[in-house]
Design a protein around this ligand. Structure first.
Ligand SMILES: Cc1ncc(COP(=O)(O)O)c(C=O)c1O
Length: 461
């Protein structure tokens, strides 16, 4: 079923792949485009997809290693998703969330409150992950303004963290390379140093590394004062920063410190939510914490339509709302709670439940992780790490220049062999659709091994 391309083209009546790519180069601005090579860059034309596979404009098939962008949980081409969306479009395509509500958005808000941990019962729908993060951070500001704590606004974030590309989400993003020529807010943000255990000094145990990372947080609180710090924002696993899994115990300890200091804990689950680690949300089930806010997007609709959410605790809502002073929560979007996107999310959640996809992820994770860690046998692989169906290989070479090119070299070699990965400098990351089978995991890692062998041989030559 997945060998031949779905929706074969009627070539005579449709633009060619070359034409489309040319129009794209001339007119479309892509996120993270290389401005020094404007018009010269070469994005791949993806034309059709089914299950875990995608086809390019010339009919070549690839495994979707990055799962779109950490989002295609249930895989591509689901007719039941298309039907749910079409039905909702015909019934009610849009209604203003400022004055009205709709059946799918009310059902979805109730469902997310049921799936989210503890008293996280209040949902503001957004258009994606960045706007969910923006909402969480603005909610912290509103929360402290309402409480009369106007100076308690600083945000603690982490180096290598990625939180999106609205002004505030970009400002709390700790990836230096992302910040070259855009402005960002500096007065509001304090970055804690890299938490990657792979970066710990020689001879230091992971437990000592964890102590040091917790001490970084305590030092920041001492430096600025808890009365100046409004929130700590953290991804459970730093995804775009290279699938960094912090040391065991780190999340629990940092969350407890935030609690003790009246600092809101925002867990950015845009990647880890909706099954990536085998649970609806990872914060409580995997890391034992109950955040004040969770942000999510991506897997919420499996990428079929754009939707994000900021889920806020009862505790925060009660303190924001019950202060005897009238105030309007002036945050939200024309497309908040979009009925069609909410219908897509409801159907996506129903599919994950009915097809026991979370159970499948938990069952298949040891196999995925075993094949991932086996890549460490290659000399160029310095670290293979991951959790659930998230993985990364960090590669090394004798000189820095060669090392920095390893991600794109591996990407090229994989692409030739029919696998898409996401290159990040000297790393390649994977987060395939959650429906991936054991045989498909083999197919994926067999290609990766051949690609790594090729790149390693070329490096040694
Ligand atoms: C952890 C995290 N937060 C936020 C975002 C931003 O999401 P979006 O691109 O949907 O705005 C991303 C995107 O990759 C992400 O990985």
């Amino acid at each position: 079923m997945t060998k031949s391309r779905p929706f074969p083209k009627d070539r005579a009546n449709e633009p060619s792949a070359e034409e489309l790519l040319e129009w794209d180069r001339v007119h479309q601005i892509h996120p993270w485009a290389a401005m020094d090579d404007w018009r010269g860059y070469d994005n791949m034309l993806i034309d059709a997809a089914q299950g875990i596979y995608m086809w390019d404009g010339n009919g070549k098939r690839y495994i979707d290693g990055p799962g779109g962008m950490w989002c295609t949980q249930i895989g591509y081409g689901r007719k039941d998703m298309a039907d749910a969306v079409t039905d909702q479009m015909m019934k009610l395509a849009y209604t203003s969330p400022f004055t009205n509500t709709s059946e799918p958005s009310a059902l979805l808000a109730r469902k997310l409150a049921e799936l989210a941990p503890g008293d996280l019962n209040n949902v503001l729908f957004t258009t994606g992950g960045s706007t969910a993060v923006d909402t969480a951070l603005r909610t912290m500001q509103y929360f402290n303004n309402r409480r009369g704590l106007r100076d308690k606004k600083m945000i603690l974030a982490r180096e290598k963290g990625y939180h999106g590309s609205t002004y505030l989400a970009h400002s709390v993003t700790g990836k230096e390379r992302d910040k070259s020529h855009f402005d960002f807010e500096t007065r509001l943000v304090h970055f804690l140093p890299d938490v990657n255990p792979y970066r710990r000094p020689k001879g230091m145990s992971v437990e000592e590394w964890c102590d040091a990372k917790v001490a970084d947080l305590e030092a920041a609180i001492s430096l600025h004062g808890a009365d100046k710090i409004g929130a700590f924002i953290a991804e459970p696993i730093l995804a775009s920063g290279g699938v960094v899994v912090p040391a065991p115990g780190y999340h629990k300890r940092t969350w407890e410190i935030c609690r003790a200091n009246d600092i809101l804990y925002i867990s950015d689950e845009v990647v880890t939510g909706f099954g990536r680690l085998g649970h609806w949300f990872a914060s409580e089930k995997v890391f034992g914490i109950q955040p004040d806010m969770i942000t999510c997007a991506k897997g919420l609709t499996s990428g079929y339509l754009p939707l994000g959410a900021c889920i806020i605790s009862d505790r925060v809502m009660e303190q924001m709302s019950d202060l005897g002073k009238p105030s309007s929560y002036t945050n939200g979007y024309t497309y908040s709670a979009h009925p069609v996107c909410c219908a897509a999310a409801l159907k996506n959640i129903e599919i994950i439940e009915d097809e026991k996809i979370l159970e499948h992820v938990r069952a298949i994770t040891p196999y995925f992780q075993a094949r991932l860690h086996a890549l460490e046998r290659f000399d160029i692989v310095g670290d293979a790490r991951g959790m659930g169906l998230l993985g990364c290989i960090e590669c090394k070479a004798d000189n820095l220049e060669a090392e920095r090119e390893l991600g794109s070299k591996i990407d090229d070699a994989c692409e030739e062999l029919g696998l898409l990965v996401r290159p990040l400098i000297n790393m390649a990351v994977f987060s395939p659709p959650l429906i991936i089978t054991e045989a498909q995991i083999d197919e994926m890692f067999d290609i990766l091994e051949r690609a790594l062998q090729k790149v390693q041989d070329e490096l040694n030559a």
